[in-house]
Design a protein around this ligand. Structure first.
Ligand code: ADP
Length: 427
């Protein structure tokens, strides 16, 4: 029988799950991603890491805690020895949570009273300095994230943001301490713990910092992080003899079939990607949220439009709109209702596209990806090589269906074409 997986990741959204899984396979750990908490025991199929993809970023905090604890229990039963709560690299959350409540609940369930919190992913322009999160050269609160439809981020000070969500004390491991290396950092962590700090936001502005954090935190049962810190784990687990790294960890079956892109994100990067696709004269259809709310046959219209075109090349269906238009829609419908309507429509369109023979689907948006993957009845994903940092192609286990789930703010302006080229779709 195969050994138990070493690492269990609980991800608060689906694109975040593929992001961290991508990091682990890149560094040689065989990784599978399951959608939701599976029924029954985990199969011993040789995976070194299991990522449980939840859709808990914007649910009520109590629900997020309950689901995360269920995922923890399932991973514990699978024999996992280290746990990782994967949060967004832009720390997407609301004053009610859910990063703080879930982190506190997971720590308590593991009988632990301390961990580090670090969303940094410098390769993707996310760095943390003096506890402040930067997106490229901008503070988080100056970036496009301030306009996010569900989790607008208007404060860059993560210690303050997290403290507002927590019952217990939040502290800071500043860059000067991280720069001293793992031994000094471990001492500083012990000191903070002694002062009653339970969650310590950790600075990181480079991959070297992420490696320092991974080394210093190797014996902590739980990490709370974006995908960045995961880059330091595989080599260290291998050094301990817990895993044997596999250069082929990211291999997938060859892709074939019709292709489509669904964009349900209004993030800046996705705006640029939709604009580039349209600018190149490619087939694109804009989904109208107000028409959806008025019960117009939007899904049927989108599918009829797509069916006529799929034979001649990939199509894009997008709900992506500029901040002013989004505000107007939200003022009329309410942000939560508008978001749910658009997600349900995207999920139904995804189903219709797959029924129409689409086998390669690029989805932009974390919540959107969650809705789409659930609607498609996908339970397990194999993780392939990255298209860009944080976004791999994946394959639904046992099916001729390939999915690229892109966090809204990831990828260059030509990401959609890049993904489809990579997947071999007709251009
Ligand atoms: P990101 O990864 O950029 O955060 P998500 O898919 O997680 O993207 O979140 C975007 C949210 O905005 C979803 O709930 C989506 O349904 C909603 N949304 C997208 N387009 C519109 C629109 N035109 N009007 C209202 N809400 C929208």
């Amino acid at each position: 029988m195969n050994a138990a997986p070493v690492l269990g990741v609980i991800a608060d959204d689906f694109t975040g799950a593929t992001d961290v899984a991508s990091m682990l396979v890149r560094e040689g750990m065989r990784t599978v991603q399951v959608i939701g908490v599976p029924q029954g025991a985990a199969p011993r199929d040789g995976a070194d890491a299991v990522v449980v993809a939840l859709k808990t970023r914007t649910t009520p905090a109590d629900d997020a805690v309950a689901e995360s604890l269920a995922a923890l229990r399932w991973l514990q039963a699978a024999g996992v020895r280290r746990f990782y709560f994967k949060v967004c690299s832009t720390f997407d959350s609301t004053p009610a949570g859910n990063i703080g409540p879930v982190a506190e609940a997971l720590l308590a369930a593991l009988g632990s009273d301390f961990t580090i919190v670090c969303p940094a992913f410098p390769e993707n322009g996310r760095s943390v300095y003096r506890g402040h999160l930067f997106v490229g050269d901008q503070l988080l609160s100056d970036s496009g994230m301030r306009h996010h439809p569900l989790t607008p981020m208007t404060d860059s000070n993560l210690v303050r943001v997290l403290q507002a969500q927590c019952h217990q004390r939040v502290g800071l491991l500043g860059h000067d301490q991280v720069a001293l290396g793992p031994d000094a950092l471990r001492q500083r962590m012990a000191a903070l713990r002694g002062e009653g700090v339970v969650l310590a936001v950790a600075d990181a502005i480079s991959n070297a910092d992420l490696h320092t954090l991974a080394e210093a935190a190797l014996d902590l049962p739980l990490l709370v992080a974006g995908s960045g810190v995961a880059l330091g784990l595989p080599s260290r687990y291998a050094r301990r003899g817990w895993v044997r790294l596999d250069a082929d960890a990211a291999r997938l079956d060859a892709q074939a079939g019709r292709a489509a892109v669904l964009a349900g994100s209004c993030s800046q990067a996705t705006q640029g990607q939709v604009a580039q696709w349209r600018g190149a004269g490619r087939a694109a259809w804009a989904l109208d949220a107000l028409a959806l709310a008025a019960d117009a046959p939007v899904v049927a219209d989108a599918l009829a439009w797509a069916r006529e075109r799929l034979e001649s090349g990939p199509v894009l269906i997008h709900a992506t709109v500029a901040p002013a238009e989004l505000k107007a829609v939200q003022a009329e419908l309410g942000a939560a209702r508008a978001g749910a309507l658009v997600e349900q429509a995207m999920a139904a369109i995804a189903q219709g596209l797959v029924d129409a023979g689409v086998q390669r689907l690029v989805v932009a948006g974390g919540e959107t990806s969650g809705a789409v993957v659930q609607a498609l009845g996908v339970h397990k994903l194999r993780i392939g090589a990255p298209i860009c940092p944080g976004v791999p192609w994946t394959q639904a286990e046992g099916r001729a269906l390939w999915l690229a789930l892109k966090s809204g703010n990831f990828g260059a302006p030509d990401f959609f074409a890049q993904a489809l080229e990579w997947g071999g779709a007709s251009q």
